[in-house]
Design a protein around this ligand. Structure first.
Ligand SMILES: Nc1ncnc2c1ncn2[C@@H]1O[C@H](COP(=O)(O)OP(=O)(O)OP(=O)(O)O)[C@@H](O)[C@H]1O
Length: 221
């Protein structure tokens, strides 16, 4: 049986006096290819932040490998986040005065565990080895997203969480980035959770759930 790495149980998030997420439950196995698909305002970013331990739910629990994250101190949550999760954001969030390589190495710097060989593997697989010394301003959108993917995988996280990872890419580059993500998922042995409004992504994923008005619904197809 596949192990569950992250579980959200009856999560409710109240913001601005109303329920932005209502009774959301998700079980993420170690080999997940999960797409959470939903329209603008459905609560996707809020759910991303809760699953990524960047925000705490008003009610309900988020457990990682069976450990309830609510009972942890902020320091322990941050440590668990650094060691277990890799993040990919729509706007890449690269640091402008660091090179592509330095950006990708940041999570390793935070945990103090440099693994140059793994970074090299990632840069080769992502076909950005020749861009390693360039600064973000000189990279294309697709290249920036690949650096962001390398950074997300730098610490070999158990889960990669991606919020609209292809939102700024054209359809062809979107397909290429998805191909790379799935191939790297296998190499890195990580669960992949993508949150997106983009219907183009739907056929590529094993499991698709819909988020509508803060509620998770099973994929109707
Ligand atoms: N801190 C907050 N205070 C008040 N309302 C909030 C807060 N955070 C989110 N919301 C509201 O909750 C709803 C869901 O927001 P969220 O950003 O999670 O949606 P989303 O699905 O990611 O949307 P988009 O695709 O447009 O980014 C929105 O109506 C938003 O205005």
């Amino acid at each position: 049986m596949t192990e569950t790495v992250l579980e959200a149980n009856a999560v409710r998030v109240v913001r601005g006096g109303r329920d932005v997420i209502e009774d959301a439950s998700l079980s993420i196995p170690t080999d997940a290819q999960l797409l959470v698909q939903g329209p603008s305002g459905a609560g996707k970013t809020t759910l991303f932040n809760v699953l990524g331990l960047l925000d705490t739910p008003t009610d309900g629990t988020v457990t990682i490998r069976g450990e309830d994250t609510a009972s942890l101190s902020e320091r322990k949550r941050a440590k668990l986040r650094r060691e277990t999760l890799g993040f990919i954001f729509q706007d890449f969030q690269l640091i402008g005065d660091l090179t592509a390589w330095e950006n990708a190495a940041l999570p390793q710097d935070h945990t103090g565990e440099r693994d140059e060989e793994w970074l090299e593997t990632l840069f080769e697989r992502l076909e950005i080895a020749d861009r390693a010394d360039q600064y973000p301003a000189t990279l294309s959108g697709g290249e920036k997203q690949r650096v962001a993917i390398a950074r997300a995988l730098a610490n070999r996280p158990a889960i990669v969480l991606a919020d609209e990872p292809t939102g700024q890419l054209d359809p062809d580059t979107t397909e290429q980035v998805l191909d790379l993500l799935f191939r790297l998922q296998e190499t890195a042995d990580t669960a992949l959770v993508v949150i997106s409004h983009d219907m183009q992504l739907t056929p590529r994923f094993d499991t698709v759930v819909r988020l509508e008005d803060g509620r998770i619904r099973a994929d109707p197809t």
